[in-house]
Design a protein around this ligand. Structure first.
Ligand SMILES: Nc1ncnc2c1ncn2[C@@H]1O[C@H](COP(=O)(O)OP(=O)(O)OP(=O)(O)O)[C@@H](O)[C@H]1O
Ligand SMILES: [Mg+2]
Length: 292
């Protein structure tokens, strides 16, 4: 080491961490606690790197995580960003995200689970392994379930290879809490718990506007009001999936908009016609009409 003066800011900029975090701020509406945690992790890793470059020893930070929240709250999106941040900070070599569920890890017959789990781990090495609906790994009512074999292998890797693989366990909050309670060994190895709150209707409307804009459409003030009503009703229906439901609603509104113009026959269309989602394109949803 030629100098023992290090510039934290400089290092931060060099690795373009600020850019990713700014982009994340822009892309993701709300989720303030999630964004804060991501920044904290970035700061911790940066300091760890600088310490290491001065020969100061400390064990690698434990970065295994738990993402809890309802469907469509942004867990997968944030996991992708997290993988990118960890890669840029040199914590993992490749920075890719491998998403799996129980069926990818656990076999049907004796002797099938270990090879399956190891294969997945091999694929994920150097990146982030995202285990969706992780509680299905453990079936408390079945003593001979092969899921526990997969958990054992994950535990070993989490302990021994933690500098080149980060595991994220994801799923609904309540079920994940039960899962950790039944697996204390696992729970103690997951240091970062991040909860993704449900979005308010107002946040979902902002998300909707952002999605509409991305696709080069626009909402009139009146269609935005109608969409907000739609969101409030949809929220109370079964299988509501936050931002994902909003994306689907917009896709269907686009379809109705196209049909409306098509049915208008030979009318000359302006650019404004082509980009504008009218209130009726949303009002024709079966949520308002009671039929499809
Ligand atoms: N805060 C947000 N701002 C803007 N778009 C968002 C936000 N959260 C989610 N989205 C969008 O909603 C969609 C669903 O998000 P994502 O797949 O990350 O959710 P998830 O929590 O992983 O859902 P699931 O549990 O169903 O897998 C994506 O298209 C994503 O871009
Ligand atoms: Mg997801």
């Amino acid at each position: 080491m030629s100098s023992d003066r290090l510039n934290l800011r400089e290092e931060y900029q060099k690795r373009q961490i600020q850019e990713i975090l700014d982009q994340l701020d822009k892309d993701l509406v709300g989720l303030v606690p999630v964004k804060t945690r991501l920044k904290e992790v970035a700061a911790l890793l940066l300091v760890h790197r600088l310490r290491k470059s001065l020969g100061l020893t400390s064990s690698n930070p434990n970065l295994h995580m738990s993402f809890t929240g309802s469907p469509g709250t942004g867990k997968t999106t944030v996991a992708l960003k997290m993988a990118d941040v960890l890669f840029r900070l040199g914590y993992i070599r490749k920075g890719h995200l491998v998403t799996v569920t129980r069926d990818d890890l656990v076999g049907q017959y004796i002797g099938h689970t270990a090879p399956k789990t190891k294969e997945v781990l091999k694929r994920a090495m150097g990146g982030v392994l995202f285990i969706d609906e992780a509680y299905y790994l453990y079936k408390p009512d079945n003593e001979r379930d092969y899921g526990s074999e997969a958990i054992e292998i994950l535990l070993q890797v989490m302990e021994n290879q933690r500098d080149d693989l980060v595991i994220i366990f994801a799923g609904y909050k309540e079920r994940m809490d039960e899962f950790y309670e039944s697996n204390p060994g696992l729970s103690s190895r997951v240091a970062n718990h991040i909860d993704f709150p449900d979005y308010s209707p107002e946040e979902l409307l902002i998300i909707a506007k952002q999605m509409v804009e991305e696709q080069q459409y626009r909402l009139t003030d009146e269609s935005a009001n109608v969409l907000l009503d739609y969101i409030k009703i949809r929220k109370e229906y079964p299988h509501f999936a936050n931002a994902r439901s909003v994306r689907n609603a917009i896709d269907r509104a686009r379809m109705r908009q196209a049909n409306r113009m098509f049915n208008a026959g030979n009318k000359v269309l302006t650019k404004a016609d082509l980009v504008t989602i009218q209130p009726e394109d949303i009002l024709k949803s079966r949520l308002f009409t009671g039929q499809d």
